[in-house]
Structure formats: structure tokens, C-alpha cells
Design a protein around this ligand. Structure first.
Ligand SMILES: NC(=O)c1ccc[n+]([C@@H]2O[C@H](COP(=O)([O-])OP(=O)(O)OC[C@H]3O[C@@H](n4cnc5c(N)ncnc54)[C@H](O)[C@@H]3O)[C@@H](O)[C@H]2O)c1
Length: 385
């Protein structure tokens, strides 16, 4: 195979951006041949692309080697399973699915390992996160004692939530900031620090917006080695901040504003003494800004990697099967907030599924219609993926 013929499902904010990139030839070896959406979204689509209004028909058409699923999350699992069963390579948008049981279903459908199943965790291409992961994996920072990530720069307006009926509803999305914006951060979290053993979530539902789901979250993660982690996020704060602090045996790393700063202990934490006469002085550190080269290739890099994995066996940057972890974290935070108790992982996926279903069934919430003029539109956020 010299090139991969791909079909794209969902021509909204994300899908349109992918379509434009693929048609501009920005991913070598990946040829967009078909698209699928509801009829209004297909109007004006390029003549030479095959058009479908049903993903199953596109999958069965014989025109594709691969599919990219960019629909709202509740359709991810079903379309992904159908595509895998039909022998296609699959690129999933984040989140992998709405809840852990769907992720399990998708992973179970992935039987033919000669096919590539990848997920769009584009922030894994950011050299700052890659460098921090290197520091952790190489042991340079030592055992991790504490992590604190304040990621409150996901500001969204009410118009954004009103821009799609599915957004910020239990039925249409299965959650708010945890399911839409934070899959990236939660994926990076588990990629760098692994999965905690316990989760306690504190969520405010519709604190800043007229929505039924969470837009303000403080979560506590406890790791088997006693490491404590805090994850704080919101779509209502402005100005927000994106500051990640990691305290390890060898010092403190802070990632903020494009800089990775390391306060390296001159003696490891475990060797600090509280008994010596100089115990009132702070242990000494070296202060360094770690040089980080390169640019984040983001969505294009993930798509190129997906194509290279299909054509040349390149190792995936973000295998989709790892996407279950960020969904499990998001679900566990919500479940903990609903129950007001600490949740032990692994999360009981069927218990969570029925709790979510209960909220879907009982929801009577009506979102406000978008204003006719003024305010931001969803397109304003297209660059903030
Ligand atoms: N990786 C990223 O950085 C990133 C960024 C934005 C969105 N996303 C993800 O992409 C997905 C779509 O988000 P969006 O903002 O583009 O949404 P959107 O509402 O703008 O677009 C969704 C599109 O899917 C179509 N659609 C809905 N159900 C369908 C179905 N069954 N078959 C075919 N088409 C269907 C809709 O008509 C619409 O055109 C979400 O899962 C979101 O989390 C990922």
C-alpha cells in the first residue's frame, strides 16, 4: 500500500479542520476519499469526495482503508467497533468514549492487531510534556511525591455551550469539562504519572454557565506509593492558568508559560535531616530552566504518525487503547462527586454506566438558545484544541 484512503465522520469544528489539512496534502500518504455527516453539513463539500449520511454505509463501501471518527463522543464507540469489525484502521477523536464500559467494548472489538487503532491525543506531541516525561521515566526527578495541576485556562462562554445541542448535557456528552476539554490533560496525567489507586472529586455543576454538567472541578488522586495529586480545572475562570508542579525526590519541576523550570535538590529529599543544628535552613537547590527544543506537531503529527504506523509500522504516539485511562479518571471524579465518597480504582464500569444513564433519563434541563448577535461563536475556539 502506498497511501492510505481515509474517510472522515463528522464535519464540525474538528472534522472541518482535519478535512482542510488533508485536502491541502499536509499528511503524507493519507488521502481523504470520503466524508460522512448529516445532509446540511455535506452541502458545498468538494465534488471528488464520496459523501455518506450513514457511517455504517461508508464503512461498508469498500472505498476506505481507514476511518477518522470526529462525531460527538456518544457515537465514538459504536462507529469505532463497526470500523474495527470491518477491518479498517481507526483514528478516534478524544475522548475515546463517554464512559469506561464503552472503552472496554471498543478495546474488545480490536481483535486484528495488524490494524492500527490510534487516538487524537495531540498534546502528547508537545516537547515540554515529552521532556517532563523523559525526566520522570529516566529517574532524574526521583520518586514522585506530589503533583499539582491547575488547568483553568479552558475558558468557554455560554454561546459556546449553546452552539451545539449535544454540548454540556448528560445525554449528548456525558459530562462537561472533564469529558470535553480535559481528556487531553487527563491523558497526559496518566501518561506521565500512571493511574492512581483512589480518586475523590469535588464538582460544581453549572457554576459558571447555564448547563447541567460540571464546569468547575477539584480532584484528589492518591497513588499506591502515597503520592498525592491535585487536579483543578474550570471553563469559567478568566484569566485562567495552566501550571503543573511535580515534586520528586530530587526536586521540584514547574511547567508554566512554555517553560520547564527545575529546582534540583543538592541532596535527595530522603536524605534531608531534621536533626542537625542547621535544620532551620532550607535545603540547598540548583535552579535551572531546562532547554526544550522543537515544536508541537499537534494534530498533524498524530495523523502523520497514524499513517506511518499503517504504512511502515512506526510506533504509535497515542495508541487508542490507552484512551480508557483518561475516561476512567473523568468518570471516577464524577462518580465520586455524585456519591460524595472516595472511589477506589479500577472503577466499576457498569455501576458508573447505570449512574450516568439515570442522570440522562431524569434530565429535564433546557439550555438557553444562542444569542442572535454578539458574543463568541464555537469557531472562535477552533484554534484552542
Ligand atoms: N483532538 C482535539 O483537539 C479535539 C478538538 C475539538 C473536538 N474534538 C472532538 O471531536 C469531536 C467532535 O467535536 P466538534 O467540536 O467537532 O463537534 P461539532 O458539534 O462541531 O461537530 C460534530 C459533527 O458531527 C456530526 N455528527 C453527529 N452525529 C453524527 C453521526 N452519527 N454520523 C455522522 N456525523 C455525525 C454533526 O452533524 C456535526 O457536524 C468530539 O468528540 C470532540 O471531543 C477533539
Amino acid at each position: 500500500m502506498e497511501s492510505v484512503r481515509i474517510g472522515l465522520v463528522g464535519l464540525g469544528n474538528m472534522g472541518r479542520a482535519h478535512k482542510a489539512n488533508l485536502l491541502a496534502g499536509k499528511v503524507k500518504g493519507l488521502e481523504l476519499v470520503a466524508v460522512c455527516d448529516l445532509p446540511p453539513a455535506l452541502e458545498g463539500v468538494e465534488e471528488d469526495l464520496a459523501k455518506f449520511t450513514d457511517a455504517g454505509e461508508m464503512i461498508a463501501s469498500g472505498k476506505l482503508d481507514a476511518i477518522h471518527i470526529a462525531t460527538p463522543h456518544p457515537f465514538h464507540c459504536d462507529i469505532g467497533c463497526k470500523a474495527l469489525e470491518a477491518g479498517l484502521h481507526v483514528m478516534m477523536e478524544k475522548p475515546l468514549a463517554v464512559h469506561k464500559a464503552e472503552c472496554e467494548q471498543l478495546i474488545a472489538a480490536y481483535k486484528d492487531k495488524s490494524k492500527v487503532l490510534a487516538a487524537m491525543f495531540n498534546q502528547r506531541t508537545d516537547p515540554l510534556y515529552r521532556k517532563l516525561k523523559d525526566l520522570l521515566d529516566s529517574g532524574e526527578l526521583g520518586e514522585v511525591r506530589r503533583v499539582q495541576w491547575n488547568v483553568t485556562d479552558w475558558f468557554r462562554t455560554q454561546e459556546y455551550y449553546a452552539s451545539g445541542g449535544w454540548r454540556a448535557t448528560w445525554r449528548g456528552e456525558g459530562g462537561g469539562v472533564l469529558l470535553n476539554q480535559c481528556p487531553h490533560n487527563l491523558d497526559l496525567f496518566q501518561w506521565m504519572f500512571g493511574m492512581p489507586s483512589e480518586v475523590h472529586g469535588f464538582c460544581n455543576f453549572g457554576r459558571y454557565h447555564q448547563i447541567e454538567v460540571e464546569d468547575d472541578v477539584s480532584a484528589y488522586f492518591r497513588y499506591p506509593n502515597g503520592c498525592n495529586a491535585l487536579f483543578v480545572t474550570s471553563t469559567g475562570e478568566a484569566p485562567g492558568v495552566n501550571r503543573l508542579e511535580v515534586v520528586g525526590e530530587q526536586g521540584l519541576v514547574r511547567l508554566e508559560d512554555g517553560t520547564l523550570h527545575f529546582r534540583r535538590n543538592r541532596t535527595p529529599m530522603s536524605e534531608f535531616s531534621n536533626e542537625t543544628p542547621s535544620s532551620f535552613t532550607q535545603p540547598e537547590v540548583w535552579d535551572t530552566t531546562i532547554p526544550v527544543d522543537g515544536e508541537a506537531g499537534q494534530h498533524l503529527e498524530i495523523l502523520q504518525n497514524f499513517t506511518n504506523a499503517i504504512l511502515h509500522g512506526e510506533t504509535l504516539i497515542s495508541p487508542a487503547i490507552e484512551g480508557i485511562h483518561s475516561v476512567e479518571l473523568a468518570n471516577a471524579v464524577l462518580y465520586s462527586a455524585w456519591q460524595n465518597e472516595t472511589i477506589k480504582l479500577p472503577l466499576d464500569s457498569s455501576a458508573y454506566k447505570s449512574e450516568l444513564q439515570d442522570r440522562i433519563d431524569k434530565s429535564t434541563f433546557k439550555k438557553r438558545e444562542p444569542r442572535k448577535t454578539g458574543g463568541a461563536s464555537a469557531d472562535d475556539f477552533a484554534k484552542s484544541f
